[in-house]
Write a protein that binds this ligand. Structure first.
Ligand SMILES: [Zn+2]
Length: 416
């Protein structure tokens, strides 16, 4: 073979599909900006795969897709759509920072704060308006690796659910804002808002919880008999009451455990904890939304310097903060415990698989860690100090028992 044909052959037939090859493939076809966008979207796609199923690589995905493409062509389109849909949901919510997800020690930003995430290790979801672009970018690696063979853009687009601007995540509230807002309401309403801010239920999920959904469980997640010490209050959101129509479990934050215990025990079963049975679910949800706005407006009017931002609108015309911001706070804080943990407790579909693989020990560890992140009125240091104090007292108690025991032994030997 002449070297000319040899080269041509290598370029056309023997080209192995690789990330390097992908980059070249992109450069031959698209502008510099498009190449950068596609590469960045590809990185995020790989992170999603890893978050969803730790250790799964892009090559695993490609191999498995290609097998199904051959063996199960009828359902293949659905599979590809499902994959892209997961990427849409993933991109739309707070997600790991691409630069920090797999830290590269030679990255020159080290030593300084990460410019993308300010070292929080996560970035907020993309705006609804950029989702169609995101889809365009991730289709590039999918096409390059042969996953879109025989699938047209129209076929793909048909069943995808694109988020709307209204669904964009509001900004999460900060602890001082939450404190100020909660202090403006009282009684059961305060407890409900505090509950949402530390557990992350959606507007219509929280108001459907009844006492029988709540179980007092020990560290192994086993129910403890009534009146005995428990580790956490576990609430099962029934399938019919969640947005995804799937049931999921959530846990009451330590800080409000005692208040919630009292409420659960004092509410007749069948009666919602946070809703007058005479009012509707949507009515209650809407009322809380409105009241939240009023409280924010009051705070902003009273003290524009500190609270002015609570009454500010985004470019889209929606308020920066809404009742939903309580939920955003809880999700953000729980994700700091372990990435994806918050999303799973919040019922974001993409993360449920990861949650279902957690062992009881991991759940216990994560829940204990979450205490300091979810403490609104208790200083985190104070919370730890309290725990330490309890441990100290328990130790003193043990020491004293030991002392008595020794003393008894001593007495009995001296009598002999
Ligand atoms: Zn970062």
């Amino acid at each position: 073979m002449s070297s000319y044909v040899q080269k041509l052959y290598e370029r056309t037939v023997k080209t192995e599909l690789s990330d390097q090859g992908f980059e070249e493939w992109l450069k031959e076809r698209y502008s510099k900006g498009a190449v950068t966008s596609a590469k960045s979207a590809f990185k995020q796609l790989k992170i999603m795969v890893d978050v969803k199923n730790k250790g799964t690589t892009w090559n695993d995905i490609v191999q498995e897709f290609l097998v199904l493409q051959k063996e199960n062509p009828d359902n293949y389109l659905k599979l590809v759509q499902g994959f892209i849909q997961e990427f849409i949901d993933f991109s739309f919510h707070t997600r790991p920072c691409v630069r920090c997800y797999k830290k590269n020690p030679t990255d020159n930003y080290r030593g300084k704060r990460c410019p993308e995430c300010q070292d929080t290790k996560e970035v907020s979801g993309v705006r609804a308006i950029t989702i169609p672009n995101m889809i365009t970018w991730i289709k590039k690696p999918m096409r390059y690796y042969g996953l879109l063979k025989g699938i047209s853009n129209e076929d793909l687009r048909d069943d995808l659910i694109l988020p709307t601007i209204e669904e964009e995540e509001p900004e999460p509230l900060t602890i001082p804002f939450i404190k100020a807002i909660l202090n403006k309401v009282g009684g059961k309403r305060k407890l409900y808002w505090w509950f949402v801010a530390t557990i992350g239920t959606r507007g219509s999920e929280g108001v459907q919880i009844v006492p029988s959904d709540c179980k007092f469980v020990d560290e192994e997640q086993m129910p403890v008999p009534y009146g005995q010490d428990y580790f956490r209050i576990k609430i099962t959101l029934r399938a019919g009451t969640t947005k995804t129509k799937k049931s999921r479990e959530i846990f009451v934050a330590k800080e409000i455990q005692k208040d919630m215990e009292r409420l659960i025990k004092n509410t007749p079963d069948g009666t919602p904890l946070f809703r007058d049975p005479k009012s509707s679910i949507t009515g209650t949800r809407d009322y809380n939304n409105e009241l939240f706005r009023e409280v924010c407006k009051d705070l902003a009017d009273d003290d524009p310097n500190t609270f002015g931002i609570l009454n500010k609108k985004k470019e889209s015309g929606f308020y920066k903060f809404s009742f939903h911001s309580f939920r955003s706070f809880a999700v953000t804080q729980l994700n700091r415990v372990d990435y994806g943990f918050g999303h799973a407790l919040a019922g974001h579909k993409v993360y449920m698989g990861m949650y279902n693989r957690l062992t009881v020990e991991q759940k216990k560890e994560y829940l204990e860690k979450s205490d300091e992140y979810l403490a609104i009125f208790t200083d985190a240091k104070q919370l730890n100090a309290k725990d330490r104090k309890i441990k100290e007292l328990q130790q003193q108690h043990l020491d004293f028992e030991q002392f008595l025991l020794e003393k008894q032994k001593h007495q009995s030997t001296s009598i002999e």
